[in-house]
Design a protein around this ligand. Structure first.
Ligand code: ADP
Length: 401
């Protein structure tokens, strides 16, 4: 039986999974899928990578109370039946917050779990569910190494100035820092860029991860130098429903003068703001692009304005840029957003190739452009599998196998 790695990304009502075979470079995906509707009517779907065949199952008659454990049993049971020759040698978990202490992936132990549980207030929407996924997978596969892979770890090498807020120092010591997120995606893109464009990958890149959650990262020689996200995943760019950068005085105003309860402010900032809040129509970029409502255009304009603002800031921080990379749902698929972000940036050395952009080519700048602009699909699951293979000490099989 060949060693394989399972990746799990556990959210509040869904668990996404991947099954990977070990390879010398990035692991090879064998299957992927998810269970949705945890705590309600569950639904399973999966896809074989080799022939793109899919499986779907309605799990509505399963007991609801078992939550993540039931979902993980469904996933692991399907893997065992569908791939009888695959031995699950390790399980890699996406964990959104690693706090100040975890600068890389780690083997899960009871002490590690205690540390990660204390970070839940910093990522209330994700961390508790990530940890529930680890608990359920440990119960289901007690002898198998479980590895925690963090969204924050890629940014832990930041200098003090990139890592702090201008608050009294005691808060920095207490862990109130700019951690940054989407680190698994940026780590993957930095790796892919070493294959696609080694010169630029060794230089100064700005990567824009524009999905439902959105952030940007300044990368120098493969290392994160600065991120637009902060203590939580609220800061920086506006997102589907999150506000992004905001004057902290607004929060004081809402609390003191509008007398909003703290929970209502949290809902406002996490769930009702961003593209949805500005447009009043949708958080989905496809719908905003297609709408005639002027508020949708304004929401896109605000999104683009913030991206350009951060791009300019990172250009100065890095002392120049060699490549810009767009990734994630909007970055990979929205020619409109990419063109708007890069409009009029010839002074920065960017000349957009409009046709290549419309085709979503890998390179969307012209040969005359001093800095190159790339569209590179991200793959956070492959990164989790890769880190898990290393931490669990699994052998990498040869490229030919
Ligand atoms: P998540 O953060 O949930 O993983 P994704 O990376 O899947 O998010 O990105 C979701 C976003 O990508 C949504 O706003 C969606 O509208 C947008 N998107 C996906 N496909 C397209 C497209 N063809 N054109 C414009 N936007 C797109």
């Amino acid at each position: 039986m060949a060693d394989h790695v399972v990746t799990l990304n556990a959210g509040s009502s869904s668990i996404k999974f991947g099954l990977f075979a070990s390879k010398p470079n990035l692991p090879r995906p064998v299957a992927s899928g998810q269970v949705d509707g945890i705590g309600a009517d569950m639904w399973f779907k999966a896809r074989h990578a080799e022939d793109a065949s899919t499986t779907q199952r309605d799990l509505a008659d399963m007991p609801r109370g078992d939550g993540h454990r039931a979902a993980i049993d469904v996933i692991l049971g399907w893997i065992e039946r569908s791939f009888p020759d695959a031995r699950v040698a390790a399980i890699g978990h996406r964990v959104v917050h690693g706090g100040p202490d975890f600068a890389g992936p780690v083997l899960v132990t009871p002490d590690v779990l205690t540390c990660l549980g204390k970070l839940a207030p910093l990522a209330p929407l994700h961390q508790p569910h990530n940890l529930a996924g680890i608990a359920a997978a440990t119960e289901a596969f007690p002898g198998v190494p479980q590895v925690a892979c963090f969204d924050t770890a890629f940014h832990r090498g930041h200098c003090f100035v990139s890592d702090t807020f201008a608050l009294p120092r005691r808060y920095y010591e207490k862990g109130i820092r700019r951690y940054g997120f989407h680190g698994l995606s940026y780590d993957y893109i930095a790796r892919r860029m070493r294959e696609i464009a080694p010169l630029e990958a060794a230089g100064r890149m700005v990567v824009a991860h524009l999905g439902n959650g959105a952030s940007m990262c300044a990368i120098e020689n493969g290392r994160s130098v600065a991120s637009t996200m902060g203590l939580t995943a609220l800061d920086g760019l506006p997102m589907g429903t999150r506000c992004g950068q905001i004057d902290p005085g607004v929060l004081l105003y809402l609390l003191q003068h509008e007398r909003l309860p703290v929970d209502a402010v949290a809902d406002l900032l996490y769930e009702e703001s961003g593209l949805l809040g500005l447009s009043g129509v949708s958080q989905d970029m496809r719908e905003l692009e297609q709408s005639d409502d002027p508020r949708c255009r304004e929401a896109i304009d605000y999104f683009v304005r913030r991206i350009r603002h951060e791009l300019g800031g990172f250009a100065v921080t890095l002392g120049g840029i060699d490549a810009v990379v767009f990734t994630a749902g909007i970055g990979e698929h929205s020619a409109l957003v990419r063109a708007a972000v890069l409009d009029g940036l010839e002074w920065l050395g960017v000349v957009l190739d409009a046709e290549a952009n419309a085709r979503h080519d890998q390179i969307i700048s012209t040969p005359a452009s001093r800095l190159r602009v790339y569209v590179v699909p991200t793959d956070e699951e492959a990164m989790i599998a890769d880190q898990t293979i290393d931490v669990a000490g699994l052998a990498r099989i040869s490229a030919a196998a």
